[in-house]
Design a protein around this ligand. Structure first.
Ligand code: NAD
Length: 419
C-alpha cells in the first residue's frame, strides 16, 4: 500500500515486476528503481467567471533524478490522481532511457474537466498551477510538457508565469510551446508523426502495402489526429476514428483533413455526421491492418486483446494495454506486432528534448533537421528493441522496457547510494 495505490500505478508496478524478474533484479533493489523520488500535491484556487471561487487539486511526480532533470507532460483531466500521475512518471523514465535522453521521468496534472472551463478560467488555472510548482521545477530540475487536455497555449502560460517570477524569459522551463514563444518547429506534430513513422516501418518489415492498407485510430487529439493525417497522406485508409464524444466509421476511408478542420472548429468530432456514427466500444476490434490507441490508459484489456483483428498495434497513448492483455498479445505475437507505448509515442519527448537543447543554446534548427534527428533516435531505439526481443525471445514490450529499466538500474548502481 502506498499513496500511489490505484489501478494505473498497480499496472506500472506489475509491468515493472515482469521486467525485474526477467533482469533478475534483487528484491531489495526494486523499490529504489520503481518508487518515485518526489511527489507534490497542490491546491489551485481560481475565480470562476460567475465570481465564485473554485479549488482544483494538482499534482507533480518526479520519478528519478539519476540521469538528469526530470521531464514529462501535464494532464488536465477529471481522472487525474496521484497514482495515475506516478504511473505516467514511471513510464516516462523507461521511455527517456530507451531513447537515450538525459532525463528521468515526471508527470503532472490537475483533476479538472478542461472542457468545463472558459478560456479565461483555463488561463487562471494554468498560471496558478505553475506558480504553485515554482519551488519544485526548473530548467535543470524538472521540465514540463503538454499531455492530454493541455496544449501549446497552456505551455506558453506556464512559461510566462515562471519567467515573470524570475524577472527574465526562461523558455527552457517547458517544452511544447508555440514556435513564436521559444518552441521548436516539429514539436506539435512530433508524437503523432513518430507513431506513423514507426507504423510505416513495421508495415514495410511485414511486407504490408502501405497504400490501401487500413487503420483505426482511438482518440482524435494531438497524437491521434496527426498520426491519422500522416497515414492518410501515405494512402492508408483510416476507416474509423473516435474521441470522447463518439466514433465514426467509413469502409472506404474517412476524410481526415476534413475531420481535423471540424474538430478544430467544434472542439470534438461531435456533429460531423450521424450517418457515419458507430459504436466507439467496437472500433478497436474492427478488421484492419493497424490499430492506434491514442486516447487513454487501459483500453485494451484481455478480452479486447483476444478480439483484435489487426496486424499491428501502435500505442500512441500511454499505458493503453493492461498486463492481462499483454499476456494475450505475447501469445499472439506472430499475428500482431506490438509497437509498445514507450517506443511508439516517444517522438514527443525526443523533440521536447530538442526544444530544451535549442532553448538552452538559443540556437534554433530547421524543421527538416528536427524530423531527421527524431527519426534517427526512433530507428535506433526500434532496432535495439527488435534485436533484444529476438535474442532473448521475449515480447516487444518486455524488450523495450528492459532496455529502459536496465539503463536506470545501471546508472544508479554506478553512481552509488548516497550518503
Ligand atoms: P489530447 O487531449 O490532445 O487528445 C485526447 C483525445 O482522446 C481527445 O480526442 C479526446 O476526446 C479523446 N478521448 C478521451 N477519452 C476518450 C475515450 N474514452 N474514448 C475515445 N477517445 C477519448 O491528448 P494527446 O496529447 O493527444 O494525448 C493522447 C494520449 O497520448 C495520452 O495517453 C497521452 O499521455 C499520450 N501522449 C501524448 C503526447 C503528446 O506529445 N501530446 C506524447 C506522448 C504520449
Amino acid at each position: 500500500m502506498t499513496i500511489y495505490s490505484g489501478p494505473v500505478f498497480e499496472m506500472a508496478a506489475t509491468q515493472f515486476g515482469v521486467i525485474a524478474d526477467y533482469l533478475a533484479i534483487p528484491e531489495d533493489v526494486r523499490p529504489r528503481i520503481l518508487m518515485p523520488k518526489r511527489a507534490v500535491t497542490v491546491s489551485c484556487p481560481i475565480h470562476r467567471d460567475d465570481g465564485s471561487i473554485a479549488v482544483f487539486e494538482g499534482y507533480r511526480v518526479q520519478h528519478h533524478l539519476t540521469l538528469g532533470p526530470t521531464k514529462g507532460g501535464t494532464r488536465f483531466a477529471p481522472s487525474v490522481d496521484i497514482g495515475e500521475v506516478a504511473a505516467l512518471a514511471v513510464w516516462m523514465s523507461w521511455k527517456c532511457a530507451l531513447a537515450g535522453l538525459p532525463y528521468g521521468g515526471a508527470k503532472g496534472g490537475i483533476c479538472v474537466d478542461p472542457s468545463a472551463l472558459s478560456n479565461r478560467e483555463r488561463e487562471a488555472l494554468s498560471r496558478r498551477y505553475m506558480q504553485e510548482m515554482i519551488p519544485f521545477v526548473g530548467p535543470h530540475t524538472d521540465v514540463m510538457a503538454p499531455d492530454m487536455g493541455t496544449d501549446e497555449q497552456v505551455m506558453a502560460w506556464f512559461m510566462d508565469t515562471y519567467s515573470m517570477y524570475q524577472g527574465k524569459t526562461v523558455a527552457e522551463i517547458v517544452t511544447g510551446k508555440p514556435v513564436r514563444a521559444g518552441g521548436t518547429l516539429g514539436r506539435r506534430e512530433a508524437t503523432g508523426r513518430g507513431v506513423a513513422y514507426l507504423t510505416r516501418r513495421v508495415m514495410n518489415d511485414l511486407q504490408l502495402r502501405i497504400s490501401g492498407a487500413t487503420a483505426v485510430v482511438q482518440g482524435f487529439g494531438n497524437v491521434g489526429s496527426i498520426a491519422a493525417l500522416e497515414l492518410y497522406n501515405d494512402g492508408v485508409k483510416v476507416i474509423a476514428v473516435s474521441d470522447h464524444t463518439g466514433a465514426l466509421y467509413r469502409a472506404a476511408g474517412l476524410d481526415i483533413p476534413d475531420l481535423i478542420t471540424h474538430a478544430a472548429k467544434h472542439g470534438s468530432l461531435a456533429g460531423y455526421s450521424s450517418e457515419l456514427a458507430c459504436d466507439p466500444a467496437e472500433i478497436l476490434t474492427l478488421p484492419c491492418d493497424v490499430v492506434i490507441p491514442a486516447a487513454r490508459e487501459r483500453v485494451i484489456d484481455a478480452d479486447v486483446a483476444d478480439r483484435l483483428r489487426c496486424r499491428i498495434v501502435a500505442e500512441g497513448a500511454n499505458g493503453p494495454t493492461t498486463p492481462d492483455a499483454d499476456l494475450v498479445l505475447a501469445r499472439r505475437q506472430n499475428e500482431i506486432f506490438l509497437i509498445p507505448d514507450i517506443l511508439c509515442n516517444s517522438g514527443g519527448v525526443v523533440v521536447s528534448y530538442f526544444e530544451w537543447v535549442q532553448d538552452l543554446q538559443q540556437l534554433f534548427w530547421e524543421e527538416e533537421e528536427v524530423v531527421r534527428r527524431q527519426y534517427q533516435i526512433l530507428d535506433r531505439a526500434f532496432d535495439q528493441m527488435v534485436v533484444r526481443a529476438r535474442r532473448d525471445r521475449v515480447f516487444n514490450r518486455t524488450a523495450a522496457m528492459a532496455i529502459g529499466v536496465e539503463r536506470v538500474r545501471d546508472a544508479k548502481h554506478t553512481r552509488g547510494l548516497f550518503p
